[in-house]
Design a protein. Structure first.
Length: 557
């Protein structure tokens, strides 16, 4: 078995795997609920969390922009009901009803390079892709500083000024009884993290207790799969990390069985899509309730923290951490060491994580993700060179035996048993094992597939330029040059490998480069660059090994 056939099977297996994952997400019945999920300890009545059904959510306008996979944020006019916040990486709109973020766009990430003034929106209360944060404190009373309360602020516009690294937006609420709350959102330069602090002052004559909570409310998006768009297989929806296990929850599963986990430490919830996410992370080590469910056409994922108790005449504070932006792993690690799990490398995460680390280190030296891909592919090839050398030598010897094998096939064309016996005798006499090259290639295959997922899932590849006509490694080559070069490299590799003994298989192998070229023509340029580089290095390696084996044979003769 030669390397080209193995890579062909790997490619088709990869397509099958993506289809299987999509089917799993959409149709498979959820696994039985564990004991931890089944915990039903209720929050005391005086600290109950209000039901977040569609009645207590703002109405969604009927207008929508569905022309892109990510929503386009139209310019908003700030009014007395809203506060706008601008940092170097975030454009935020806060609704004073609830004091929550209802819009977040990313000026560093345009929807496409052709529309640099239209930014990706991770949150929006406009259009079909509704997504907002809901946060607050609830004591169970009718008048609480929850996500329905009316907050006030001294200004309607906040902007991170040049030379400043921190921007604090204070929102205030109070009642006639003497209870006041300052809800502060802290933004930092270059960061998509938002620190949310509740400072409570109790000027009443009785103790006040409330539970802090945070929820992400987001429209359920139906999967729209396309075999020519590998990004369409990325999961979109809620994820929950319970301190030990990370799990994606399909809306169908949540509708049948909502998630409710009590007394979880170091857990969090998030809403993820291909390259971006919004997350809520409670204070570490505090026993927290994690929830996820369906309300109408929206999913809800949230946390409920331990009660904050404030004595008469005293003050107290509590906090949550919000994140909305790209899946930049360094920033995610600073919030929670397991938050990078939202970068969905699938079953190959253990291999993909170190490969991404290596890719990032190479990029820090060369400053170009395209060249980083080429260099890392070369390093992987070098790491496996000795292992794959045995495979190459087996292929070279098999190639030399091709004329003799063809003669045997013609001689015993009508007797399969004698044909097989004669071929095995030839292999034994020439000390050639046709299966010797399979194991080394199978061992390295998971590493190449893991690197494939690194290039597919890492937001760093998004709109990253390479050179010349390739100015975005996350979309297809606009001129289809890379796929054609890859197809040419596969033809070269095919000429260096022995032809299959089976005539039907030989015909299939001849059209395989054409099939690969057509498939890869619609794949992101970064993935095609990787596969082209890997194939070209394979050609160079096999060419060298063929020459070495021929030289050894001449020396023996």
């Amino acid at each position: 078995m030669d390397s080209q056939r193995l890579f062909a099977w790997a490619f088709f297996s990869l397509l099958l795997l993506m289809t299987w994952q999509a089917w799993q997400q959409d149709y498979v019945t959820p696994a039985p609920v564990t004991e931890q999920t089944a915990v039903t300890t209720e929050i005391p009545a005086d600290a109950a969390l209000p039901d977040l059904d569609t009645q207590d959510l703002d109405a969604v306008p009927t207008t929508a922009d569905s022309t892109s996979d990510v929503p386009v944020v139209a310019p908003q006019t700030s009014t007395a009901d809203y506060v706008t916040v601008k940092t170097d990486v975030l454009d935020i709109k806060i609704n004073l009803r609830g004091g929550d973020i209802v819009e977040a766009s990313l000026p560093v990430y345009p929807v496409s390079k052709d529309t640099p003034d239209q930014y990706v929106a991770t949150l929006t209360d406009q259009g079909d892709r509704y997504g907002v944060f809901r946060t607050g404190l609830t004591s169970g009373a009718e008048n609480d500083p929850n996500h329905l309360a009316q907050f006030t602020t001294a200004r309607t516009e906040y902007q991170l000024a040049d030379g400043e690294d921190v921007l604090v937006v204070p929102l205030r609420w109070s009642n006639e009884a003497g209870l006041s709350v300052t809800k502060s959102l802290t933004f930092k330069r270059g960061s998509y993290r938002i620190d949310l602090d509740f400072d409570v002052a109790n000027a009443t004559d009785s103790q006040w207790a409330a539970r802090p909570y945070g929820r992400i409310v987001h429209t359920v998006e139906s999967p729209d799969r396309s075999m020519f768009d590998v990004e369409s297989y990325s999961f979109k929806g809620p994820v929950v990390f319970d301190g030990e296990k990370y799990k994606k929850h399909s809306p169908d599963d949540l509708e049948d069985e909502p998630v409710r986990k009590n007394d979880i430490t170091n857990g969090w919830v998030a809403a993820i899509e291909h390259h971006f996410l919004s997350a809520i992370v409670p204070s570490a080590d505090a026993p927290t309730r994690l929830e996820a469910g369906i309300s109408g056409d929206r999913f809800i994922a949230g946390v409920v923290s331990p009660a904050l108790i404030v004595a008469p005449g005293e003050s107290a504070n509590t906090s949550l951490t919000l994140f909305t932006g790209p899946k930049l792993q360094e920033q995610l690690k600073q919030i929670s060491d397991r938050l990078p799990l939202t970068v969905d490398y699938g079953i190959l995460t253990l291999l993909a994580d170190p490969l991404f680390w290596l890719l990032s280190k190479v990029f820090s030296f060369v400053g170009n993700w395209g060249w980083a891909i080429i260099i890392v592919t070369l390093l992987i090839k070098l790491a496996f060179y000795k292992l794959t050398e045995a495979s190459g030598r087996s292929i070279a010897k098999m190639r030399k035996l091709q004329p003799r094998l063809k003669a045997i096939q013609e001689r015993y064309a009508d007797d399969r048993q004698k044909l097989s016996q004669a071929m095995m005798e030839l292999y034994k006499r020439e000390k050639v094992n046709p299966a010797a090259g399979c194991l080394p290639i199978l061992i390295q295959m998971p590493f190449f597939l893991a690197f494939y997922w690194v290039l597919l899932e890492s937001v760093e590849m998004r709109q990253a330029p390479f050179m010349l006509w390739i100015q975005d490694l996350s979309v297809r080559d606009p001129l289809f040059v890379l796929p054609l070069l890859m197809g040419g490299a596969m033809l070269m590799q095919q000429r260096l490998n022995p032809a299959p003994a089976d005539p039907v298989q030989a015909k299939v192998m001849k059209v395989l480069p054409v099939v690969f070229t057509l498939f890869f023509a619609f794949f992101p340029a970064g993935l095609v660059l990787y596969w082209f580089t890997n194939t070209l290095l394979g050609v160079a390696q096999q060419w060298k090994i063929n020459n070495v084996v021929e030289a050894e044979d001449r020396k023996r003769d």
